[in-house]
Design a protein around this ligand. Structure first.
Ligand code: PEP
Length: 254
């Protein structure tokens, strides 16, 4: 964590929580969040709960994020939602290129790039996910994989446009598995990502970009991860479904 960058902790609820369940979780997070002012907190419910969560957090400092969106403005794209539809619900963040979207739904770096550009043009903060599989790590391909994802996913986005971008390093082998990257392993990749950003947009802007870590973050391991110099908070899956665990992770970023 670098004090010049405000830590950001986002909860990715994935395909969990009906509206009623979402409201119960938000009520508890809201109650506890009043004491966590130094951290940007973002909740990413499923699309069906965005409106209800938006209403529930209105007037608080908690931000609202979606888990995906389409790059086109409108049209024949069954099952998709647009940036304008998200903005209408006061959604200011959108997760793009999560490994589950890449693996289960065939999302490519080219699609990620189109979505990031649309998000930026629509005043949404894209949370851009990158990460390697266990097999790739074991074959010493981590840096090559991350390089491809970062260079292609963020292609043609200039330094003057880059500030709203949030990066998330999520090793696929650590997502939902209980296996976490060690703080040193995570820091090494975060530093590598910041170096790539430096090549792309220059050092001054690269130093301002927040890079979250994601992958089995829990209250017990969050503090050590978040205190690494290039780790600026986390993208939290499973533990974000429990208000006490999520807020303990938020507080670890303080
Ligand atoms: C995620 O899917 O973004 C994630 C980090 O999940 P978990 O925290 O459950 O590993």
């Amino acid at each position: 964590m670098n004090t010049n960058r405000k830590p950001i902790v986002a909860g990715n609820w994935k395909m969990n929580n009906t509206v009623a369940e979402a409201l119960a979780l938000v009520a508890e997070i809201k109650r506890q969040a009043a004491e966590s002012k130094g951290v940007e907190i973002v909740l990413c419910p499923p699309f069906t709960a965005l409106q209800a969560v938006s209403n529930a957090i209105s007037g608080t400092a908690i931000g609202l994020g979606a888990q995906n969106m389409h790059w086109e403005k409108a049209g024949a794209f069954t099952g998709e939602v647009s940036a304008a539809m998200l903005r209408e619900l006061y959604c200011h963040y959108v997760i793009i290129g999560h490994s589950e979207r890449r693996t289960l739904f065939g999302e490519t770096d080219a699609a990620v790039n189109r979505k990031v550009k649309t998000a930026l043009a629509s005043n949404l903060h894209p949370i851009v996910c990158v990460g390697e599989t266990l097999q790739q790590r074991q074959a010493n391909q981590t840096e090559a994989v991350i390089r491809t994802q970062v260079l292609n996913g963020l292609k043609d986005i200039g330094p003057d446009q880059f500030t709203p971008v949030i990066m998330a390093y999520e090793p696929i082998w650590a997502i939902g598995t209980g296996m976490t990257a060690t703080p040193d392993q995570a820091q090494a990749v975060h530093k590598f990502i910041r170096g790539l950003l430096q090549e792309m947009i220059g050092e001054r802007v690269a130093q301002t970009v927040r890079i979250q870590y994601g992958g089995s973050v829990k209250p017990a391991n969050a503090r050590e991860l978040f205190h690494q110099p290039d780790i600026d908070g986390g993208l939290i899956g499973g533990a974000a479904l429990d208000a006490d665990a999520f807020m303990a992770i938020v507080n670890a970023a303080l």
